[in-house]
Design a protein around this ligand. Structure first.
Ligand code: TRP
Length: 447
């Protein structure tokens, strides 16, 4: 297969929209605010930003340059650069992670779809928002229905190809996302009483921060930047040699961070203005926020609809990148054409997704890991084990096997500001050690 068959990004802006679209997702709008709430606000945000710079940015460059070097997805990349060695397993772990993450990501995105279409009912004044959330996730057919609709959307986009599917839709959806976010920020920070939320969010507070907060921040950096499973290797494989890797990596990291920080400006002022709890955990988005919208009266339905549309768009452009990892694997390694590859991958992931969906109803007796339901178990397995392990091995691969000199050469081909010895130092030492500590903790060895 020659290069044109496999597809390339049509423009730099298109690539940035797609890669930022992958990075900006539930991780920014659903996960970032609730873990920030849980670990005490300001100081957590500071640690998170330092980790983005010293761990996230070098790994983002690493994945992009590996993919561009080989022009292959994750499995093909490791096969080509380390033929006949077990390194290929890192590629397969990525494909597995793509399967597992998308299977439950689609379930959560399906909830967002349901909330979007039913905002009038769900955001009604005086409704029991916790009860509504529980009954909507425990409804067997409702869960299957919204998960299926969301997977169909993903399949439709990815089947369209790199430029005409993923890039085109990212260029349409990402600006919409930014506009919706700005509307919501303006509403939220102008609510009476919003100031308390702003000061919670922006004032460093050391008391709630602990070792666990540091670990959560490392995990969040990987999840939010779509790192550790070959997603950015796959997206990098559609980059041309003229593209400036360090520059586009900076754009992606900065836009992802900006959107996460801005999402905090929507959520905290609103939550505090109505006297609700910022540390509500995963329910912050689906229980606390609907309660906030309900208190805004009739306009709340509209703001609720806008918020869940925003969440759905963010999830969609991320989900397509997860599906693309599996699709690109079967295009490169099994020589499927794109339509067939997308449909086969999409249907298998949809089927796997029935487990986390039904984990709240028919299968609620199954507790896979540490007493967690199926969705949380899938999330734990992928985010706390596969992603950090994948990220650590990718860094070790470049730092200690393939060589940072070769990596620098590839990254710097068309770089305006070249990467140098700082990159090499971070990839060889800082990244593997930081992740190793997190990983030990996840598997429970640090107590
Ligand atoms: N980054 C996305 C988010 O923040 C999720 C995601 C998409 C992802 N592709 C990924 C996470 C690859 C890890 C690996 O919601």
């Amino acid at each position: 297969m020659n290069e044109t068959d496999r597809g390339h990004w049509g423009s730099r802006l298109g690539f940035i929209a797609a890669a930022a679209g992958s990075a900006i997702g539930l991780g920014n709008i659903w996960r970032f605010p609730y873990i920030t709430g849980k670990f005490g606000g300001g100081f957590f945000v500071l640690i998170y930003i330092l980790l983005l710079i010293f761990v996230g940015y070098p790994v983002m460059n690493s994945e992009l340059l590996l993919g561009r070097k080989t022009q292959l997805a994750a499995v093909g990349t490791f096969k080509k650069l380390a033929p006949g060695t077990p390194w290929v397993i890192v590629g397969f772990m990525g494909v597995l992670a793509g399967f597992v993450i998308l299977s439950y990501y689609s379930v959560v995105a399906g909830w967002a779809l349901a909330y979007m279409f039913k905002s009038g009912v769900y955001m009604a004044v005086g409704a029991d928002h916790g009860g509504i959330f529980v009954s909507s996730i425990t409804s067997t057919w409702g869960g299957i229905f919204w998960h299926s609709v969301f997977m169909l959307l993903c399949i439709a986009v990815v089947a369209g190809g790199v430029e005409k599917g993923i890039e085109k839709w990212s260029l349409i959806l990402m600006p919409v996302l930014v506009v919706l976010l700005i509307i919501l920020i303006i509403r939220s920070v102008t609510l009476p009483g919003a100031g308390a939320g702003l000061s919670f969010y922006l004032t460093p507070n050391f008391s709630n921060f602990s070792g666990a907060g540091f670990l959560a921040a490392v995990g969040q950096v990987f999840f939010t930047l779509s790192l550790g499973m070959g997603c950015m290797i796959t997206y990098g494989s559609y980059l041309k040699k003229e593209e400036d890797i360090p520059l586009v990596a900076r754009y992606v990291v900065i836009s992802d961070t900006a959107i996460a920080l801005l999402a905090g400006f929507v959520i905290f002022p609103a939550v505090f203005a109505f006297g609700l709890e910022p540390g509500a955990g995963p329910g912050l988005t689906f229980i606390t926020l609907p309660a906030v919208f309900a208190q805004m009266g009739a306009a709340g339905h509209i703001f609720g609809f806008i918020f869940f549309t925003l969440l759905m768009i963010a999830a969609l452009t991320s989900a397509i990148s997860l599906l693309e990892v599996v699709t690109a694997y079967s295009i490169d390694e099994m020589k499927f054409d794109r339509k067939k590859a997308t449909i086969v991958a999409g249907v298998l992931i949809w089927a796997l997704g029935l487990f986390p969906t039904l984990g709240y109803s028919t299968l609620s007796h199954i507790k896979l890991i540490k007493g967690m339901d199926l969705l949380d178990s899938f999330d734990f397995f992928a985010n706390n084990m596969l992603l950090p392990l994948g990220g650590m091995l990718t860094a070790i691969f470049i730092g200690w096997y393939w060589g940072t000199d070769k990596a620098l050469e590839e990254a710097n081909i068309s770089a305006s500001r070249k990467l140098g010895s700082n990159y090499a130092f971070l990839i060889k030492y800082v990244v593997p050690i930081a992740i190793f500590v997190v990983f030990l903790n996840s598997v429970g060895l640090l107590g």
